[in-house]
Ligand binder design. Structure first.
Ligand code: FES
Ligand code: FES
Length: 181
């Protein structure tokens, strides 16, 4: 691959088909922000340390700063814009607002995408599982407690993520003694 060549790729972005030319060293984050104007995908560290650039790649959370654009040929990419909009918020978005899990908001898109992937594969996570899933998403504002509370609440609300009060009581008992950091 030449550094200056571009290559055609075809992928889905929040359900829309995209055909675009990408460079051999262009990252998915650069493609999304600079070419597709997806500024909801945040550029934090740019080297895989902060999680703010997290998107779903074929429903799996990925750090878009560490994925080459050319690697998403044929894939489905979901950003936080694909979760919901102001009139139709996703239960996770509603819970983040309700529980004060959004402060400056810089980490929030990445947090939401990580949380979405977690609830899709594990509809009833314990608080420990939520914290483990969020290990790669840094937040300098919230102290994480409100984020964990919000994800736990969303897991009870969403039809696909429904959790009964009985499940919740069991979860709280299992989580007793967890350190909140
Ligand atoms: S910008 Fe990708 S992990 Fe920080
Ligand atoms: S809300 Fe500010 S970095 Fe998380």
């Amino acid at each position: 691959m030449s550094k200056h060549h571009t290559y055609p790729i075809h992928f889905s972005l929040n359900g829309c088909t995209i055909d675009v030319e990408v460079g051999a060293t262009q990252t998915l984050l650069e493609l999304l922000r600079d070419k597709q104007h997806q500024w909801d995908v945040k550029l934090g560290c740019g080297k895989g340390d902060c999680g703010s650039c997290t998107v779903l790649l074929n429903d799996e959370p990925r750090l878009s700063c560490l994925v080459l654009a050319i690697q998403v040929d044929g894939a489905a990419i979901t950003t936080v814009r694909g979760l919901g909009d102001a009139e139709h918020l996703h239960p996770l978005q509603e819970a983040f607002i309700q529980y004060g899990a959004v402060q400056c908001g810089f980490c929030t898109p990445g947090m939401l995408m990580t949380a979405k992937a977690l609830l899709d594969r594990c509809p009833h996570p314990t608080r420990v599982q939520i914290r483990e899933a969020l290990a790669g998403n840094l937040c300098r504002c919230t102290g994480y407690q409100a984020v964990v509370d919000a994800i736990e609440a969303a897991s009870r609300r969403h039809p696909q993520h429904g959790q009964t009060d009985q499940n919740m009581m069991a979860t709280e008992m299992v989580d007793t003694g967890e350190e909140e950091t």
